[in-house]
Design a protein around this ligand. Structure first.
Ligand SMILES: NC(=O)c1ccc[n+]([C@@H]2O[C@H](COP(=O)([O-])OP(=O)(O)OC[C@H]3O[C@@H](n4cnc5c(N)ncnc54)[C@H](O)[C@@H]3O)[C@@H](O)[C@H]2O)c1
Length: 272
């Protein structure tokens, strides 16, 4: 997600500093951006010169301290409440007073993250969808503490990236993941009750409702580790037994079957 967010911001003309925990992680993210821009050039969606111009707007660092003077920082670390809170507290210490702190969290209440800072008015959710470059939507999440000025700036910023912006209230899962989780849970329950195969459950959504891919293929695409962390974060916040993380997904994650990125998840992608 980080690489995608960096790419769309650079494409829109912004000067970007990307931060990750190691040189290797950083290189992998920048290589992903290079790959997608090169594919755009091959498909004649942009020129080579445009690609070079976009890449020139992106700098990388492994030091979070380098974020000190940015106008906005968009956090996209794994979906772990404690990790995100720690990062927001650190960013609050480091960053200039004017800096807006946004989170790409799919499910964690923004108020929780804002409470780790002393700038609650400048903390907001900016939930990009995957894959970020072609996705049409950004869900902006307004906590009760988010100031109207921050909301206005971030909505305008999201639109300047060429995306449609929805504004949601600060509730676990917001709009998109609340709906998506309901579909995923129902699909897992149908599979568990042996009502149909995963292929047929997927087809009922692709052929029946025109979804581009069905729930099992989508979970594989998102990454089962990410889906698991998302479910866990919603459960930790709501304590509702209906939101318990799926034991099927937990098992697949323990086996290292994380979906497309490892070649196997619900489906087998090896050799494809
Ligand atoms: N995968 C999706 O489809 C999707 C969609 C929308 C939102 N999200 C949200 O985006 C966030 C990231 O998800 P992802 O799928 O990109 O996860 P990921 O595990 O693929 O990437 C996480 C990135 O964070 C880096 N990281 C880990 N610890 C860090 C730290 N302490 N400081 C800085 N960087 C650190 C990792 O090196 C990696 O580059 C999550 O909050 C997730 O819920 C994911």
């Amino acid at each position: 997600m980080g690489a995608g967010i960096v790419q769309v911001c650079a494409q829109a003309g912004y000067d970007i500093l990307a931060q990750d925990i190691s040189e290797d992680c950083l290189k992998r993210g920048l290589a992903t951006i290079d790959y997608f821009l090169s594919r755009d050039v091959e498909k004649r969606r942009r020129t080579k010169t445009e690609k070079v111009t976009v890449l020139a707007r992106i700098k990388g660092t492994t030091k979070i301290e380098d974020m000190a003077n940015r106008d906005i920082v968009i956090e996209a670390v794994p979906e772990d409440i404690l990790l995100k809170k720690r990062i927001f507290a650190r960013l609050d210490e480091i960053c200039a007073k004017r800096t807006i702190l946004a989170s790409n969290t799919s499910t964690i209440r923004i108020a929780e993250l804002a409470a780790a800072t002393k700038r609650t008015g400048k903390v907001i959710g900016m939930h990009f969808l995957a894959p970020v470059p072609p996705a049409k939507l950004i869900e902006v999440v307004r906590a009760e503490t988010t100031s109207p000025a921050t909301l206005k700036t971030v909505v305008a910023f999201g639109r300047s990236l060429g995306k449609e912006v929805l504004v949601a209230k600060d509730t676990p899962g917001f709009i998109f993941n609340y709906l998506l989780e309901a579909l995923n849970r129902a699909a897992l329950e149908l599979l568990d009750r042996k009502v149909a195969s995963k292929e047929d459950i997927d087809k009922s959504m692709t052929l029946g409702l025109g979804h581009p891919i069905g729930p099992f293929a989508l979970m594989d695409f998102i990454g089962l580790d990410v889906v698991y962390l998302t479910q866990k974060a919603v459960y930790e916040q709501t304590k509702d037994p209906r939101n318990k993380p799926s034991s099927v997904i937990e098992k697949l994650v323990k086996q290292g079957r994380l979906g497309r990125k490892t070649g196997k998840g619900f489906y087998d992608y090896t050799g494809k």
